[in-house]
Design a protein. Structure first.
Length: 304
């Protein structure tokens, strides 16, 4: 009696005698009956214990590695602090060191567990290439962060305006710059976009010029207005005497004579000086017989 096994090719089928099948089945039954369950259990227990030991060793290596990494970052931070390294570069270096050493630590832990690290690295490299092509903008942001640290258009603590946002730089990360606005909002700007954008840095110079525009009515005495305004500015100790404050007639507008007022002060006093003198001009100038005009229109009606 024969059993026909269909082959993939349509030619001659593969035919196996029933006696061979019976012999194979008898051999499988013999192995199952004579199986040493005790030996199998001992091998299973031995392998399980070895797996548990490897997991414990991997956990010990992981936590020790994290402790060493924490200490290393602190030592690097202290060394940069002693050398007065810029805070922007310090934050970027901390992030980079953590990322690199954490990756190495994970590779060591995986190798301890018995995983083939070479194959893993090959797979990770291929995945990194695919992810890198998909996330090319992320790599550009990293390169932008490096450019910012090298060119230093701004530093941590500077007040800047870029990409339609204004605020104080709090941190320069690997891929973004973190700024805090005056109303305490946190904004993340990608490094690539800010590195190639126009940046207004208001904190680099020690001194800043404060500009006001004040309109007085036609017919008011310009000399009186100039003397009153200069008296206010010279009475303020925050206003520098060199360069001296100036008041010029800037424009003869439709409804007013516009005066341009310029004075210099320290960077940290800029906004207080600007807002406080705005209020002072509004309160004091009318007391000296000067008025602030408002737009008005004269309508003449002709009766024909």
């Amino acid at each position: 009696m024969w059993t026909i096994l269909a082959a993939e090719a349509p030619s001659a089928p593969l035919m196996v005698p029933d006696s061979v099948q019976k012999a194979n089945f008898a051999e499988a039954v013999h192995r199952l009956v004579n199986l040493d369950f005790g030996e199998m259990l001992r091998n299973l227990l031995s392998e399980s214990l070895w797996v548990v030991v490897k997991i414990l060793i991997a956990l010990v290596i992981y936590y020790i590695g994290r402790w060493v990494l924490h200490r290393l970052v602190r030592l690097i931070d202290v060394a940069m602090d002693h050398r007065n390294v810029d805070e922007s570069l310090r934050a970027f270096t901390r992030s980079s060191v953590r990322a690199v050493f954490m990756l190495l630590l994970l590779l060591i832990v995986v190798s301890t567990l018995g995983v083939n690290v070479t194959s893993l690295i090959a797979v990770a490299s291929a995945a990194t290439l695919a992810i890198g092509m998909a996330l090319s903008g992320t790599a550009q942001n990293f390169a932008g962060g490096v450019m910012i640290l090298l060119m230093k258009p701004y530093r941590v603590g500077d007040y800047i305006s870029a990409q339609g946002q204004s605020g104080t730089v709090r941190e320069i990360k690997l891929f973004s710059t973190v700024i805090t606005t005056t109303d305490n909002q946190t904004i993340y700007i990608p490094n690539n976009s800010i590195a190639t954008a126009i940046i207004d840095n208001y904190s680099t110079a020690e001194l800043r010029r404060v500009d006001w525009t004040v309109g007085i009515s036609y017919g008011d005495d310009v000399d009186t207005a100039r003397a009153v305004i200069l008296g206010m500015l010279k009475a303020d100790s925050r206003i520098l005497s060199d360069p001296e404050p100036v008041v010029w007639v800037a424009a003869l507008a439709d409804s007013s004579v516009n005066l341009t007022i310029r004075a210099w002060t320290r960077n940290e006093d800029y906004w207080k000086v600007f807002y406080e003198h705005n209020e002072e001009f509004y309160k004091e100038l009318p007391k000296r017989g000067l008025s602030f005009p408002f737009p008005q229109m004269d309508v003449h009606v002709k009766n024909e």
